[in-house]
Design a protein around this ligand. Structure first.
Ligand code: PRP
Length: 216
């Protein structure tokens, strides 16, 4: 049997996804070993192979077929813009992509003036301001702790993920506009979807029932 390879975005999302898979009988004990430096894990019995990757790299592995399936946030899927099928919402890691800033930045944002936008998501920010709002802005790419940018005067506003809103609040910032809701998704390679239609289709349906059951 050919392995079905699943790329998981490292971290909490990977653990929660393995939790869903365990409930449909797909387990991977090897992966629990925290001391291990192994990057790839197999479940021989069911014919699955798993690896953990940086979230941004998951769509790349899937587009090229190095993984048949990927589990990653919608934010990363949109930002990377790879050619893949998005097949399932895992209802995990729910949050929102927002424009945020200090209350006083609202006026600058609404004036249509040239403003500076700091973000880890330049593609999403550009699409939102240029194509949806028809507003010309300067986008500054950062790699983390985006909330710092408006505080130290690097940017007027930020485009970032808001989950509880605590990070914004503790830094005197607020949500100014909502761009899109986010959650973890399953993506599938376009060729794998045809070649392994039966196994992947069954996996999607089994996972869907667990996700639906968790909702209720
Ligand atoms: C994300 C995001 C915000 C924070 C939002 O950062 O960029 O900073 O979580 O969560 P909250 O609304 O619950 O406070 P992450 O922890 O991924 O790290 P980063 O600073 O490297 O982006």
């Amino acid at each position: 049997m050919r392995y079905i390879t699943i790329a998981l975005a490292k971290g909490r999302l990977a653990k929660q996804t393995m939790g869903i898979l365990a409930r449909i009988g797909i387990t991977c004990e090897e992966m629990e070993d925290k001391e291990s430096r192994k990057l790839i894990f197999t479940n021989e019995e069911k014919g699955y192979r798993f690896f953990l990757a940086k979230a941004n790299d998951v769509p790349t592995y899937v587009e090229y077929g190095a993984a048949d399936i990927g589990i990653v946030g919608k934010d990363t899927i949109v930002e990377e813009g790879r050619k893949l099928y998005e097949v399932l919402d895992l209802n995990l890691g729910k949050c929102r992509m927002c424009v945020a800033g200090s209350a006083s930045a609202r006026e600058a944002l609404e004036s249509g003036r040239m403003i500076r936008v700091a973000t880890k998501y330049p593609v999403i920010a550009k699409d939102y301001f240029y194509n949806k709002k028809h507003q010309t802005v300067e986008i500054i790419k950062l790699n983390g702790s985006i909330e710092l940018a408006p505080i130290v005067g690097l940017a007027d506003v930020i485009v970032d993920i808001v989950e509880t809103g605590l990070t914004l609040k503790e830094n005197g910032l607020e949500v100014l506009e909502e761009i899109m809701p986010l959650s973890a998704r399953m993506v599938v390679n376009r060729v794998s979807m045809k070649m392994e239609q039966e196994r992947i289709g069954a996996l999607i349906e089994d996972m869907r029932s667990v996700i639906e059951a968790e909702k209720n």
